[in-house]
Each structure stands twice: as structure tokens, then as C-alpha cells.
Design a protein around this ligand. Structure first.
Ligand code: NAG
Ligand code: NAG
Length: 296
């Protein structure tokens, strides 16, 4: 095939034009006016007639660099909540280039607990593993800047706060305890984490009267137990609460690499290896006779 005139011209145009060029830049939200969009530098020529088009193109301005390259700067403070991604076109005398600009999130929202301090009344015989309260928090930022993690500060040996779910569970016996207070904090996942105002959980322990009856168990049941990260090897983590089986035995349903062991007959659960993060294990309570104790 010989190169005819039109084909040659077409090839030349392809070489000259930045038509197919795509640029991807980003700028942090709320940056001061005139902040360069990083990642966007269009090469070649002195594009004095270049124009910027696209939705909200006036949020940016083209700047000519001394080396004849063309860049973008912000023309106002940008808000990611309003526009997170701009699709712009730089029109040049000889073609056009597509430019995407992402407005990246700045970690500017402090996480906040929803609802304030709380008081719960519990019985001294409340089984270990019982959830006493659950907290939630809000953070207006995107992605990891808005991802909240809960923790107690100072840590408590009685109560465990689940970092992701905000559940507070009993991890030690309340016998001999009259009152406990937990100071709870929340932080976000920003590279410089922001920490919200703490809230307090007051636990009043009742000694008289009967604990709420555990629900009657009519068949084999499975129980989810959360294992706090700060537990020490060999710690008694949990005793499966008294269920209404005359004869029963306990089995761990979690995977083989489970960090705990359970005594088949007593239902006592011990930590067998160090935890890097809190874990959740499933215990199955088998009814070996199928008979229920008492009238319930
Ligand atoms: C810019 O555009 C004007 C009119 O459209 C034209 O006369 C001029 O030559 C152009 N300049 C460049 C550098 O392309
Ligand atoms: C929560 O409790 C703490 C300590 O008891 C107290 O200083 C704080 O004012 C309380 N916050 C609210 C909103 O009641």
C-alpha cells in the first residue's frame, strides 16, 4: 500500500494533535484560589488561544508556564461534596485534550458520637459476652477520612468496646462491682486522625433480685462471642450462660485456626493465641438429651 496524500495528511495530523490525550489531575478540596491541579501539564507550543470548556469549567483557569506548557489552577475553593470529579476539555487551535480533575477529600470533619452519655442498669450475674450498649458515630468525610473506629480510653478490664461496631460487651465478672464508667472515644482513619469528643457509659450493677432469665433454649443453639484483643493467653474469656438443657455440651464452630478453645462440658472458653485484632467466634450448644429443665 502506498501512502496517498490524504492518508499522509491524516497521519501528520495524528502526530501533531493532542486530540486523544487524556489527563488526570487532582486537587484537595478547599485549597486556596490559584492552587495548581497536580498531574495536568499539557505539552508543546504556546497555546495562547487555548480555552477550557465543560461543566463548571469556570472553577478553573488555564495558566501558561514559561516552558510553554499549559497547566490548570483553581479559580475558587472547591467542595468535594458539591463536585467530586470534573470532566473538562482544553480546546487548542489544533485539537483538544480531555482533562479529568478529581477533588480529593480533606479530612476536615471531626467524628461525633450520635447521642450523648448513657447509663445502663445490669445485674451482677450478667453473663460474660453480653452486649451492654452500642454506640454509633458520624463523620462527614469520604472514604478512610470518614471511617470511624471506637475505643475506650482508658481501657477497661471489665468492658470491651468493639472498634468497628461500637458494641460494648462485658468481659469480666461484675461480682463485687457496684459501678463502672467507661470513657469512649472515636477517631477517623485520616493520615492525621481526628478524634471526637468522648462520651461516658455508666454501668450501675444491681446486686439484689434475679438476673433476667436467659431465654429458654428449645433446640441446639449457636452463640456468637466476641474476643477482645487485649485478652491475655490462657484467660477465661467467657462461660456460656446457663441454658435450660439438662445435659449439654459445647462445640466451637469457628475455623480450625480459631484463637480460642472451649471445654466440651463446662462451656468455658480460653484464649490460646495472641490476637492482633478483636475476633468473633461461634459456639454451638448441643442438647444431648433433648429434654428441658424446669417448666419453661
Ligand atoms: C488566536 O486566534 C486568533 C483569532 O481567532 C488568531 O488570529 C491568532 O493567530 C491565534 N493565535 C494563535 C497563537 O494561534
Ligand atoms: C457526659 O459526662 C461527662 C462526665 O460525667 C460530663 O463531663 C459531660 O458534660 C457529659 N456530657 C453531656 C452531654 O451530658
Amino acid at each position: 500500500m502506498t501512502l496517498t496524500g490524504p492518508v499522509l495528511l491524516h497521519l501528520l495530523l495524528l502526530l501533531l494533535l493532542p486530540v486523544s490525550a487524556r489527563y488526570f489531575g487532582h486537587i484537595a478540596e478547599n485549597s486556596p484560589v490559584g492552587t495548581p491541579v497536580s498531574g495536568v501539564l499539557l505539552p508543546g507550543g504556546s497555546h495562547l488561544n487555548a480555552t477550557l470548556t465543560g461543566d463548571y469549567a469556570s472553577d478553573f483557569r488555564l495558566v501558561h508556564h514559561r516552558d510553554h506548557r499549559l497547566g490548570l489552577v483553581s479559580a475558587k475553593a472547591l467542595d468535594r461534596e458539591f463536585i467530586a470529579m470534573y470532566e473538562l476539555t482544553v480546546q487548542l487551535p489544533r485539537g483538544a485534550a480531555a482533562v479529568q480533575v478529581e477533588v480529593s477529600d480533606r479530612n476536615d470533619n471531626i467524628p461525633r458520637f450520635i447521642g450523648g452519655n448513657r447509663t445502663v442498669e445490669v445485674h451482677a450475674l450478667t453473663p460474660l459476652g453480653t452486649e451492654l450498649a452500642r454506640f454509633d458515630a458520624k463523620d462527614g468525610d469520604a472514604e478512610r477520612n470518614g471511617r470511624v473506629t471506637f475505643y475506650a480510653s482508658p481501657e477497661s478490664h471489665l468492658l470491651h468496646m468493639a472498634p468497628q461496631t461500637g458494641q460494648v460487651r462485658l468481659v469480666r465478672s461484675l461480682l463485687g462491682v457496684r459501678q463502672a464508667t467507661l470513657r469512649l472515644c472515636v477517631r477517623d482513619g485520616g493520615s492525621v486522625a481526628l478524634i471526637g469528643d468522648p462520651v461516658f457509659l455508666h454501668v450501675n450493677v444491681q446486686r439484689s433480685g434475679k438476673p433476667r432469665k436467659p431465654r429458654a433454649v428449645r433446640a441446639d443453639v449457636a452463640l456468637s462471642v466476641s474476643v477482645p484483643q487485649q485478652a491475655a493467653l490462657g484467660d477465661l474469656l467467657f462461660t456460656v450462660p446457663d441454658q435450660r438443657f439438662q445435659q449439654r455440651w459445647f462445640q466451637l464452630l469457628s475455623e480450625a485456626d480459631s484463637p480460642v478453645q472451649i471445654e466440651r462440658d463446662s462451656g468455658r472458653m480460653y484464649l490460646t493465641r495472641d490476637l492482633l485484632e478483636p475476633a468473633e467466634v461461634l459456639v454451638k450448644i448441643h442438647n444431648s438429651r433433648g429434654k428441658k429443665r424446669g417448666s419453661l
